[in-house]
Design a protein around this ligand. Structure first.
Ligand code: HEM
Length: 497
């Protein structure tokens, strides 16, 4: 018996001793792995508070706060918003690495609570995560909804709406014109007629879309600190979102029913709901387009296309009113091209280089979505030598890049002339000017937006001499919503030319 035990203990000792190198190797590997995790070369980070991280540092103008932080921490910073790691890119080089060199890795979007509810579980284009579904719906947008040919086909709608706005201004005679209000109506009417086939200009409709835009642009605590999701419930945010979702769905259901029932009738032009229903019917794209997807895509076009277009027009007029010399230059160009015609039409726009330069300068100084739409990485990757883990959210501070003094001369000044002899434009190839983003997630509505902006601006300055009403200068303060827009409306007197 004793012999048996001693044989056993001897075997045990042999086993332990022979395993020791293996155990040491395991411990060494574990310590190497955990130390390499801690010694990853992460981008610089400002100090953070427990639970909220850097959230408190964003303030009411995150693009400005982040620009100031980048001056201390550099063009690539890693913040923590609640529990979410957020990479902030504030230079041309950083933006190019993210949206060109590693575009595929950064082509996803974070899943945010409010957009998820509003866009039918992220079945839209703008918030859908990267993958086969997004590829399908983005190609529907690029090839069928927002292609050159399709945008051209709505020329009459745009010209009619611009003409209508001019008539309203003329009617105001010598009295004050609230240009901001007219520009909101115009952009709304254009998108309604193009997307839904008719104007919806009742107060209820406008309010519903204003509430939707505000919710999409608003910050939900639960998206960043999941353990505090109850705050969104307590603050009423969840209830407001649920109400909007219900009303939007009833509205969109009605729009689709109306389109289905009128099928076969002769229509003046095919609107975007018609196009989507056609794609659904003949299964053209090789995948089944469900009703919820159609509703989410239509909502995307509204939310993505209205506020952004209106905001850039409003800032354009504001800058021109502040810079009479630029206003005069643009007026001379328009009046030379218009030559007494009743209005400037779309063919004329190609002959107006100063107009194009004004719009570029406006989009540079007043990038409507200054941080674009957040991207998210789907793999570990190195950017400018730093390790960026998979699942990191990314903000590109396009607004700060467009004011970077190492890339732009007198970056804070409004100087349209800087674009006259320059090849820089906003289509996503020049990373110093990114109002529409770049790469796979770039905006598919550039042409749609630019032609409206150019047509409206050209005609406003062609037909009227605009002057501020009883104000010394214009209040240029901005306010953050879905886009960064002017805080105060533009009130002018408009004397017919
Ligand atoms: C001045 C007007 C506009 C500006 C400044 C603008 C800007 C942007 C920006 C910054 C993005 C995100 C890019 C990124 O994440 O890298 C975007 C995406 C998008 N925009 Fe626009 N946009 C404008 C007009 C429009 C219009 C008129 C439409 C459609 C009618 C539209 C539809 C979209 C859609 C569907 C996306 C999502 C693309 C995706 O995620 O793949 N936009 N836009």
């Amino acid at each position: 018996m004793i012999e048996h035990i001693s044989i056993m203990s001897f075997t045990l000792q042999v086993l332990i001793f022979s395993s020791l190198p293996f155990i040491f190797a395991l411990l060494a590997l574990k310590s190497y792995l955990s130390s390499s995790k801690h010694h990853k070369n992460l981008p610089p980070s400002p100090p953070k508070l427990p639970l909220i991280g850097n959230l408190h540092q964003l303030g009411s103008s995150p693009h400005r706060a982040l620009q100031a932080m980048a001056q201390t921490y550099g063009p690539l910073m890693l913040l923590r918003l609640g529990s979410v790691p957020v990479l902030v890119a504030s230079s041309v080089e950083a933006a190019r690495e993210i949206m060109k060199t590693h575009d595929l890795i950064f082509a996803s979007r974070p899943s945010l609570n409010i957009p998820s509810k509003i866009f039918y579980g992220l079945k839209d284009i703008g918030f859908a995560q990267y993958g086969e579904y997004w590829r399908q719906v983005k190609s529907i947008a690029v090839l069928h909804l927002l292609s050159n040919k399709r945008v051209q086909s709505y020329r009459q709608v745009r010209e009619e709406e611009v003409d209508l706005m001019m008539k309203k201004i003329q009617k105001a005679d010598e009295s004050v014109v609230n240009l901001s209000e007219l520009l909101v109506s115009l952009t709304n009417n254009v998108i309604c007629r193009v997307a839904l086939g008719k104007r919806y200009d009742g107060r209820k409709f406008k309010e519903l879309f204003a509430r939707t835009g505000a919710l999409v642009g608003c910050f939900s605590v639960g998206s960043y600190i999941p353990s505090l999701r109850w705050v969104d419930r307590l603050s009423g945010l969840e209830r407001k979102t649920d109400e909007v979702v219900k009303e939007l769905d009833e509205f969109l259901e009605g729009v689709i029913d109306e389109h289905v029932s009128k099928k076969g009738e002769r229509v003046e032009y095919e609107d975007l709901v018609d196009v989507l229903l056609d794609i659904q019917r003949d299964n053209r794209t090789g995948f089944k387009l469900q009703k919820d997807m159609i509703k989410a895509i239509i909502l995307d076009l509204f939310i993505g296309g209205t506020d952004t277009t209106f905001t850039s027009l409003e800032w354009a007029i504001a800058e021109l009113l502040q810079h009479p010399r630029a206003m005069k230059e643009l007026q001379q160009e328009a009046r030379k091209i218009g030559q007494g015609k009743s209005m400037i039409v779309e063919e004329d726009l190609e002959k107006m280089p100063y107009l194009k330069a004004v719009l570029k300068e406006v989009l540079r100084l007043h990038t409507p979505l200054p941080l674009l739409v957040p991207h998210e990485s789907t793999q570990d990757v190195k950017v400018l030598g730093y390790d960026i883990p998979s699942g990191t959210q990314v903000y590109i501070n396009a607004w700060a890049i467009a004011r970077d003094p190492s890339k732009w001369e007198a970056p804070e000044n409004f100087i349209p002339e800087r674009f006259l002899n320059s090849s820089i434009d906003y289509k996503g190839f020049h990373f110093e000017l990114l109002p529409f983003g770049a790469g796979r997630r770039g905006c598919p509505g550039i042409q749609f937006a630019v032609v409206v902006n150019e047509l409206v601006l050209a005609n406003l300055v062609y037909k009227f001499d605009l002057a501020l009403m009883g104000q010394e200068g214009l209040d240029m303060s901005e306010i953050n919503g879905l886009t960064v827009h002017k805080k105060c409306p533009i009130l002018v007197s408009a004397n017919p030319y």
